[in-house]
Design a protein around this ligand. Structure first.
Ligand code: PBG
Length: 335
């Protein structure tokens, strides 16, 4: 638990030489403090309507929006690589968007069909679903807008129904990414009431108002139509508040808490790890992926090394689970 860096015998050189345990591969392996394993990865997947669609996302090189038939193939591959979990997002056509996110509750909507597809194709996979209104919202906000403001309590009601709809489709875990107050408790209560007491909740507890979501909003066409998300997502200057948010979500019934983004928020991962006893996940978001890809394309960074170094940093900071667009490639490398 403690991150205090201890030294038992400071200054006793040459008896003490740190390099001794770095001199051979065997010693480096033996003294490795943290390791990665494919079971720690959550693979985010973007789903679109259609057939045979593998739609490139310009700001996320080598990442695609997939139609249901190709999604089926993809999840089988992920499962064969030792990945246990996928996190589903859908791209919703403009004509189905409205302020209330009505389409989110459609029992035959794309998300609901995607959950069933993945469950049938790879029954052992843990299917997680994004719960937030932005892909369904004509305003591109995570909740219902009234008088130019994203309203908390009416949004929470819709989010709870959305979570139930995902659970009914077969989701193992719902993942509310909206940052409304009280939504974890409301979702938990609705799930219990509707008979889904085994469905889990992965709460985006400390989700910051970050520029690093840019490429994701390109992928789902979900950028806010006005303003920004600062009235609900957290201020990047705050860390104590993250511990408090995580504790509240724990009390409200979350099963896993999440910190997002990742690499610029490692202190938050550590802080949340020490604030709650639940499993902690971290989301290495689209902009982090894009930065590494772009630098690698230019020949300025080694992609594999940058990928693995950032992933191990999340472990070192205290994350149990890592949602990352590198999940498949990192798993391949680890196998
Ligand atoms: C929206 C949501 C976002 C991400 C996950 N869910 C974007 C946002 O809040 O605007 C970002 C993921 C990423 O950038 O990879 N509820």
């Amino acid at each position: 638990m403690s991150i205090r860096i201890t030294s038992t015998s400071p200054g006793s050189f040459p008896a003490v030489r740190g390099r001794r345990t770095r001199m051979s591969e065997s010693l480096r392996e033996m003294t490795t403090e943290h390791r990665l394993h494919p079971s720690m990865f959550i693979a985010p997947l973007f789903v679109v309507e259609g057939e045979g669609v593998k739609d490139p996302i310009p700001s996320m090189p080598d990442y695609y929006r997939l139609s249901l038939d190709l999604l089926e193939k993809e999840v089988k591959e992920l499962e064969s690589l030792g990945i246990w979990s996928v996190l589903l997002f859908v791209k919703v056509p403009d004509e189905l968007k409205d302020n209330e996110g009505t389409e989110a509750l459609n029992p035959d909507g794309l998300m609901q069909r995607a959950v069933k597809k993945v469950k049938a194709a790879a029954p052992g996979l843990c299917v997680m679903t994004d719960v937030a209104l932005d892909p369904y919202s004509s305003y591109g906000h995570d909740g219902i807008v009234e008088n130019g403001i994203v309203q908390n309590d009416v949004s929470v009601e819709v989010l709870a129904k959305m979570a139930v709809s995902h659970a009914a489709a077969g989701a193992d875990v719902v993942a509310p990414s909206d940052m409304m107050d009280g939504r974890i408790g409301a979702i938990r209560k609705s799930l219990e009431f509707e008979g889904f007491s085994e469905t889990g909740i992965m709460a985006y507890s400390a989700k910051y108002a970050s520029c690093f979501y840019g490429p994701f909003r390109d992928a789902l066409d979900s950028a806010p139509g006005f303003g920004d998300k600062k009235t609900y997502q957290m201020n990047p200057a705050n860390v104590r508040e993250a511990g408090r948010e995580a504790q509240l979500d724990e009390q409200e019934g979350a099963d896993i808490v999440m910190v997002k983004p990742g690499i610029a928020y490692l202190d938050v991962v550590r802080g949340v790890r020490e604030s709650v006893s639940l499993p902690v996940s971290v989301y290495q978001v689209s902009g982090e992926y894009a930065m590494i890809k772009a630098a690698a394309e230019k020949g300025w960074l080694n992609e594999e090394q940058a990928m693995m170094e950032t992933l191990i940093a999340f472990r070192r900071a205290g994350a149990d689970l890592i949602a990352t667009y590198f999940a498949k490639n990192a798993a391949k490398l680890l196998n």
